[in-house]
Design a binder for this molecule. Structure first.
Ligand code: NAD
Length: 372
């Protein structure tokens, strides 16, 4: 019998191999609250109308209850016309990168969602904060810890919230792993194996240019493994060891191709991870101390069709609308003043770990402490 959202909402998981795991999942609650309106409906402007913004976020904003698409920022005139018409956004709410700061005077825009190449995240987030707008910024938060700190400071100084696009913080499949870590019905997680990799196509894309991407597969999808290792153990890593393997030094001249790394946690738990731009892999597997218990997801990190099991029980939450849930949660957080788990500090912690991984690679795989 597959585990479904209803089992968690009904607190009836005890009979399903999850023993003491009995508290309602946060995402379960969010599902239930999703269509109850309270507070202002938050207007969000998307900045950078590329594949994620227009393939997932804009359609996702059609399914939200607490926020809506209210502005567009693009450097491409044809996109202004096309998406303005498609999403019924008036010309007065459409900006380019030169007129961007005028959003300060646009009351329809409460928050901006930065969906630009990684090295542009800091600048466009800080400019949004200075315009008095709440900030949502895609992962990776920026390309250095220093930039992350500047973003956090700018949002604090301007009294606006900062959230990172960690959509899996509102995904019920991943919530199961958080609950297993928090409640430990099978003891703590002892070993995490996780990988997220895909084969990149176009050799001219920004993802392969250091100045725009900041790094390669690690910055792009390896970050999901770092996130998962942190929330499946509910611990912060103390050290990493990492190696990079490059089989195509022409295509990957500027950024990392494949990285294999380990993360050590204070309890003794270990995470073994890999990421790449040169093969397909997507899995999360956690082994727990007690009961010969293990749990896994595969695929683990995509937008839809996640599959997994806890012990011998298959997980089935259907296809939760990850982006809509995340954006609704952010809108509710803006209204309530209660922060989510997707803060700037959360994004900066991942960047600290990424910087340690790159330092380890530069030192031939030496064990490298994480700077705190
Ligand atoms: P994309 O290439 O499809 O879109 C990037 C957009 O930025 C394009 O509209 C492009 O025109 C614009 N742009 C502005 N200045 C540019 C410049 N100098 N060079 C290149 N493009 C420029 O990329 P994407 O896949 O939509 O990724 C955008 C961001 O979203 C990245 O930070 C990525 O990590 C993140 N992302 C997150 C998820 C997720 O699941 N959370 C998924 C995909 C992408």
């Amino acid at each position: 019998m597959p585990l479904t959202r209803r089992h968690f909402i009904n607190k009836s998981s005890s009979a399903l191999g999850l023993a003491a795991l009995s508290v309602t999942l946060p995402s379960g609650k969010l599902f239930a609250d999703h269509h109850q309106n309270s507070g202002k409906n938050i207007g969000i402007a998307l900045v950078g109308l590329g594949s994620y913004a227009m393939g997932e976020l804009a359609p996702g904003l059609r399914k939200t209850s607490h926020c809506h698409l209210s502005g567009l920022v693009t450097g491409t005139p044809s996109k202004k016309e096309r998406y303005g018409r498609q999403y019924e956004i008036g010309d007065e709410h459409i900006y380019d990168y030169d007129t961007y700061d005028r959003i300060a005077h646009d009351p329809a825009i409460d928050a901006v969602y930065v969906v630009l190449p990684n090295s542009m995240h800091a600048e466009y987030s800080i400019r949004a904060a200075e315009a008095g707008k709440h900030v949502i910024c895609e992962k990776p938060m920026a390309v250095s810890v220093e930039e992350c700190q500047k973003m956090i400071d700018a949002c604090k100084a301007n009294g606006v919230t900062l959230n990172i696009g960690y959509r899996l913080h509102h995904d019920p499949y991943h919530d199961v792993f958080r609950k297993l870590a928090a409640e430990q019905p099978h003891g703590p997680a002892k070993f995490v194996q996780t990988e997220f990799a895909f084969r990149t196509g176009n050799p001219d894309q920004w993802r392969l240019k250091r100045a725009l991407a900041g790094g390669g597969a690690m910055m792009d999808v390896g970050i999901y493994c770092i996130q998962a290792a942190r929330y499946t153990t509910a611990e912060e890593p103390v050290a990493v060891t990492a190696r990079e393997y490059k089989t195509d030094p022409v295509k990957f001249a500027e950024v990392d191709e494949t990285i294999v790394w380990e993360m050590e946690f204070p309890s003794g738990a270990v995470a073994a991870c890999n990421t790449s731009y040169n093969y397909r892999a997507e899995r999360l597997h956690v082994g727990y101390r007690d009961d010969n218990f293990e749990a896994e997801l595969s695929p683990a990190y995509i937008y839809r069709n996640l599959k997994g099991r806890v012990g011998s029980e298959p997980l089935d939450f259907g296809n939760p609308p990850q982006q809509s849930l995340h954006m609704d949660a952010i809108a509710q957080s803006i209204n309530s003043g209660v922060p989510l788990t997707t803060t700037g500090e959360e994004g900066m912690q991942d960047m600290r770990i990424i910087e340690a991984i790159y330092r380890s690679i530069a030192n031939n795989g030496a064990r490298t402490p994480i700077n705190t």
